[in-house]
Design a binder for this molecule. Structure first.
Ligand SMILES: *Cc1c(COP(=O)(O)O)cnc(C)c1O
Length: 425
């Protein structure tokens, strides 16, 4: 990789002023302007280097600007970028075979963003409910969880329990029932309704603050869904693709190219984010024929979904996960990271808890949920060269690229430690 110095012609202050004046204010970014990235590092306009401990919400699992992914993207971009699905393209079929074998499903439906993949899964579950399960027209129900995050479209926010996501955006799409997360008893009760077609769930709730359920939650949900003839719809947009120390969080034992032990496999697997290593918007829904074959031409689609650049980028991104053993690295370094944070919890009253799996972790701050403590701590971490962002009240998520090394993790835990200690002085 070339080690070019910062190429930004703008200062960070100028870049922030431009966004502030000309862009919609639908985000509240930490005051840092990133200009370049490589592996676990990003640099701001002034050339200051940071560890990225957000990884674009786990899209950049393979590290910033991974040379193999960039090369695949550039090569394909020079050759053919977009055909639409009105015609076949010479890369899509190869990618479809690759990704279905990689995750152990019959078929894939390619989309672009995570929210689009969730929307696709919702449409598939409803269509399956009417065509296969025999639910009366327009009566299908999808069960979802309190605290969920599945994206930002109108239908998806219809079943959000976050007031910021819903306030002012009604009327909402009907057909969803909300139950508490991590509550198999509530799920069992909800599934008693014969019109339920699917259970849409995150194996770990990332946006809700890395809320990690009991070990038996997903397998219990799988068993209940099978018993009632309901599709288990796993939203692994954030948890999937090695982030939690296994290829998928819904089946910790599953490895790429392996086979599912029938019972544990979700009926619909929803992927996005790291499916491209952050290079390009690529998302997908995977399912077996019994579900995927309910869709016929004209019933669903996307102009960009399945384009040849996306296909090449996804193949390269998934190759990197295997070739660089990212599952194992995330599992091992995740343990090491939580152990270091646990020590900090024990000796400091500002941090009350660490939780997570693999390299998807969060610390809980000992202050009111609406206080600015987590934000202020993230600003202090930024000053010390580590970028993280609060999520939902006083929780800070830590999710570095999975290519991070043991020495780098140790450097980062000492940055976090000294920042927390200085903060409480
Ligand atoms: C990020 C995310 C989405 C939405 O993905 P976008 O690409 O932002 O539309 C959906 N589900 C989960 C669990 C996510 O973390």
């Amino acid at each position: 990789m070339s080690q070019t110095p910062s190429s930004s012609t703008l200062s960070s202050a100028e870049a922030m002023a431009l966004e502030n004046e000309h862009g919609a204010h639908n985000y509240h970014p930490l005051p840092v302007v990133l200009d370049r990235g490589e592996g676990v590092y990003v640099w701001d306009c002034e050339g200051k280097k940071y560890f990225d401990f957000l990884s674009a919400y786990s899209a950049v699992n393979q590290g910033h600007c991974h040379p193999r992914i960039v090369e695949a993207m550039v090569d394909q971009t020079r050759k053919l970028t977009l055909t639409s699905r009105a015609f076949y393209n010479s890369v899509l079929g190869e990618y479809e075979r690759y990704v279905t074998q990689y995750f152990g499903y019959d078929k894939v439906l390619p989309m672009n963003t995570g929210a689009e993949a969730v929307e696709t899964a919702i449409k598939l579950a409803r269509k399956w409910g009417y065509d296969v399960k025999g639910v009366p027209a327009d009566q299908a129900v999808i069960v979802v969880c309190d605290g969920n995050f599945h994206g930002r479209t109108t239908t998806i926010v219809s079943f959000s329990t976050d007031g910021d996501a819903t306030g002012g955006f009604g009327p909402f799409t009907p057909g969803f029932k909300i139950i508490p997360y991590n509550d198999l008893g509530a799920l069992k009760g909800a599934l008693a309704d014969p019109n339920v077609v699917g259970f849409l769930v995150e194996p770990i709730q990332g946006e809700a603050g890395v809320f990690t359920p009991a070990d038996e939650f997903m397998s219990g949900a799988r068993a209940l869904c099978s018993e009632k003839g309901v599709l288990l719809m796993a939203d692994e947009v954030q948890t999937g693709i090695a982030r939690t120390g296994s290829l998928l969080a819904s089946e910790p034992g599953f490895i790429s190219g392996g086979s599912w032990d029938g019972l544990d496999k979700p009926d619909l697997l929803i992927l996005g984010k790291a499916l491209s290593g952050g290079a390009y918007p690529v998302s997908a829904v995977l399912a077996d024929n019994a579900v995927m074959d309910v869709l016929h031409p004209g019933q669903h689609g996307s102009t960009f979904g399945g384009n040849p650049v996306a296909a090449q980028v996804a193949i390269a991104a998934l190759d990197v996960v295997n070739d660089e053993d990212l599952c194992k690295n995330a599992a091992q370094l995740g343990k090491r990271f939580r152990a270091a944070m646990q020590d900090l919890v024990a000796e400091n009253s500002l941090i009350t808890k660490v939780r997570g799996r693999g390299l998807l972790n969060a610390i809980l701050i000992n202050d009111k949920p609406d206080s600015s403590t987590a934000w202020d701590l993230c600003v202090a971490l930024k000053e010390n060269g580590l970028l993280a962002k609060p999520t939902h009240g006083n929780i800070i998520r830590f999710a570095p690229p999975l290519v991070i090394t043991e020495a780098q993790i140790d450097e980062c835990t000492s940055i976090i430690r000294s920042t927390v200690i200085d903060f409480t002085k």
